[in-house]
Design a protein around this ligand. Structure first.
Ligand SMILES: [Zn+2]
Length: 182
């Protein structure tokens, strides 16, 4: 079966930066619904469209086609007292950008901790980076009606439904697979 709109694609991948430093070894293959549902990066869909199981390739995706350029305006300094303890570099919080409205809420990552101040970075951890993906298509199947209606994959390796309004089953480092909110 060829990869086309409304097929479910299982891909083994390895993610590195442009200097070949490993970012993610993809121990778990990515399983996504193909066809512009923003389940994975558009450049990956473009590369795999029309291909079949067994197809392998390596592509490099520039920041503008991945997670954008690094924006220094998304850094903010917060009073340490306003954040929970214990606090560690790499922890993430939802917050508002400077002067932002409620619906501008975004994820901030703690990048520096001083005695009484904390630096929070609203950039995606992969912002400003060119990403190199080694891809290998493992399986292609037709999506179910329900998957198409929900615009994501169901099943053992796909999306699991939660009652919580935020999906918490994303694995560590799972930066480019979106986990739609239900
Ligand atoms: Zn669903």
């Amino acid at each position: 079966m060829k990869i086309a709109k409304n097929t479910v694609v299982t891909v083994e991948y390895k993610l590195s930066d442009a200097q070949n430093n490993l970012i993610e070894d993809g121990r778990q293959p990515m399983v996504y619904l193909h066809g512009g549902y923003e389940n994975t990066l558009p450049k990956i869909e473009e590369e795999l469209d029309g291909k079949e199981a067994g197809y392998a390739s390596t592509i490099q995706i520039e920041p503008e086609d991945a997670f954008g350029d690094y924006d220094p305006n998304l850094l903010k300094v917060e009073e340490r007292a306003r954040l929970p303890e214990p606090l560690e570099i790499g922890m993430q919080f939802e917050g508002l950008p400077e002067g932002g409205e409620d619906d501008d809420a975004m994820i901030f990552t703690v990048t520096e901790i001083a005695e009484d101040k904390v630096v929070l970075d609203g950039n995606h951890p992969l912002a400003g980076m060119a990403l190199r993906f080694e891809l290998k298509v493992v399986e292609v199947r037709a999506a179910t009606e329900e998957e198409i209606a929900h615009e994501h994959v169901h099943g053992p390796h796909g999306h699991h439904h939660h009652d919580a309004d935020e999906d918490e089953d994303g694995e560590e480092g799972d930066h480019f697979r979106t986990h739609p909110i239900h």
